[in-house]
Unconditional design. Structure first.
Length: 265
């Protein structure tokens, strides 16, 4: 089989450059382009190691070292955590891209008759490189950024009730929740009533009126003993007991927008 080193080098250089650019955008490293080019160039030169007869375990270790050096060239060194994240995201991005490309190559280049697969003589390597690879990495960037943005709205909540029962739940910051008790002027955190059923005796509840886009009513509220948001105690809040299930996966508590002010003080 004929191997064209120049073509392999060029393809590997472009792929490494796209991977480093993806890490640069996702982690917001703001690295200059020439450093990314140098990192990708080093990664392509290290491809020559494929032609060195070495043990497979040593080869894996060698590839990790090469990837680490790529990250150091492209992003520099600030501390161990900084470098570790660069390396991990480089490998994660590489695995995602490689997995997609392998699937597409198998889908387009092979056919099957039952459990027997055979080569159809088709190849889409250049389409991968020119179109599909950047598209996959773009979708990867968008997905990671969306997850990071959503994650910022999730909080660890601990509620201590008057009978000393402690409830630990995941809370979601609902910027639309601006409900305040008009008498005490205390903001209301909404909680799914079902999760405290049989665990908390509700005595002397307060009823707070609310208005939403399509309807209005009153909600049963209680005053907890303590509330902790990300291990920081907040005061002067009420717990509104909602009979509705929140339309967020795994969320049983909707935080009031005023939480932002209190936890950032």
């Amino acid at each position: 089989m004929t191997v064209y080193i120049d073509i392999i080098f060029l393809i590997n250089f472009i792929i490494d450059l796209m991977l480093l650019c993806t890490v640069n955008v996702v982690l917001k490293r703001y690295t200059k382009l020439y450093k990314l080019l140098l990192g990708a160039l080093f990664g392509s030169v290290s491809l020559l190691s494929l032609f060195i007869p070495i043990n497979s375990y040593i080869f894996i270790f060698f590839k990790i070292i090469m990837a680490l050096v790529m990250c150091l060239i492209a992003f520099g060194y600030k501390n161990i955590k900084y470098t570790f994240y660069n390396l991990v995201y480089l490998y994660m991005t590489s695995i995602i891209l490689g997995g997609f490309l392998y699937y597409l190559k198998t889908e387009f280049s092979y056919s099957n008759d039952g459990l027997v697969f055979y080569y159809k003589g088709l190849t889409v390597n250049y389409i991968y490189l020119i179109v599909i690879s950047p598209l996959i990495l773009f979708l990867c960037i968008k997905s990671v950024n969306a997850l990071k943005e959503i994650k910022n709205y999730y909080y660890k909540i601990s509620i201590v009730f008057n009978n000393n029962y402690i409830l630990n739940v995941s809370g979601f910051l609902d910027t639309g929740n601006k409900l305040v008790d008009p008498i005490t002027n205390k903001p209301v955190i909404l909680l799914n009533k079902k999760i405290i059923k049989g665990k908390v005796n509700i005595r002397s509840p307060m009823y707070v009126p609310y208005n939403s886009l399509n309807y209005h009513g009153i909600i049963e509220c209680i005053k907890p003993k303590k509330i902790f948001v990300n291990n920081k105690e907040i005061k002067n809040y009420l717990i509104g007991l909602s009979n509705n299930t929140f339309k967020l996966n795994g969320i049983e508590c909707l935080l009031n927008y005023k939480i932002l002010e209190d936890i950032n003080d």
